[in-house]
Design a protein around this ligand. Sequence first.
Ligand code: SPV
Ligand code: MG
Length: 433
Amino acid sequence: MAKTVYTCFCTDVIHEGHLNIINRALTYGEVVVGVLSDAAMVRFNRFPTVTYEERVAMAEAIDGVSRVVRQDDVLYDRVIAELKPDYVIHGDNWLEGHMRFLRDDVEKCLGEYGGQIIDAPYTYSDEVRRIDDKMREKLMMPEYRRRRLRQLLEMRGTVKAIEVHSGLTGLIAEKTIVETEDGGLDQFDAMWVSSLCDSTAKGKPDIELVDMTSRFRTIEDVMEVTTKPIIFDGDTGGKPEHFVYTVRSLERMGVSAVIIEDKVGLKKNSLFGNEVRQAQDSIEGFCAKIAAGKKVQLSESFMIIARIESLILEQGMDDALRRASAYVGAGADGIMIHSRKKDPAEIVEFCDLFRAEDPMTPIVVVPSSFDSITEAELAAHGVNVVIYANQLTRSAFPAMEATAKDILRYHRAKEVDDRLMPIGDIITLIDEL
Ligand code: SPV
Ligand code: MG
């Protein structure tokens, strides 16, 4: 009986590298190609630019491929258990870096029945690199980027976003990928352009002082070096007559969603709560703003998400729920509920009560204060988007301040060197074209 050789494709384009793998595989036996599902591809690599069905058709069209199967997880365990291939073939680029653990896991699975790994030489060529660049370019385009948040919401249990306020933080959001405890890989799905962190980066208070032109400049800086979708913190949205222009600009740039909060007058950061004077908008007033934004929106994919400040301002759960259903009625594409309590109880209660009435509208939360609750627990209460709103800024500031103090203390930089990124790493951090 012919031996079987399994390989998994996580790609939108078949290029010479894949064909080299297939040709090599054919010298060992019958070739079965696994196509990674959308959800797994997002975790492992990047967002697909063609559908799963198209990727299957591409794999089926390759000469010599006997069969195409679906691979639902980044790890090969399930596929190997079902297919029991004699060989698994992969480019030898998985011998190092974040893919090494994948190889180790495949080796363990195959070892259980005597299967073997084939490490095929990875194809490094200008053509392969150019195809890769083109894929990134496509993902950066406004049309593709904008709709990606909705696509992620359909695809994944919870979408997680991290704060960005510059090209550099954008790169961290884009590129950070880790092995998780359950043996998978994880990365952020989206980016949050926080008003707090955007203002803080400019040394300004979070009171809608940094104007929209400057906020849009931050978005552009981030967009130039990333492909992931952006959720924009629109503060109060300003006057409805101004908000409509903001919506159009954000759509045009390829931002996926704006979140506006139901406050009026001088906005202060929510985490102050009632320690400072803050006023909530009337339900009618805020509904009119949401409706005005929805009316001018041109693309189908852009989302206007209504943020409820009732718990922050201690107006009670009933007020929060009443507002949530009114805002959805006015056209809001999602609800963000915020709290400054350490205990997540009121957030969980809101989510459960809201979900009992409205099973569909996405719920967004920002667990800055209630940081003990996990993404899975939030998802179990119906949360769809988790935003880590300020942790990059809050970790960078103390690190930079400590370095500055020590340089002053020792009159040289030697004492801080151990905690610094090596010069070689910083000068090669950013890829040149
Ligand atoms: C922000 O990140 O700017 C937010 C979230 O609006 S919070 O700071 O918690 O209000
Ligand atoms: Mg804000």
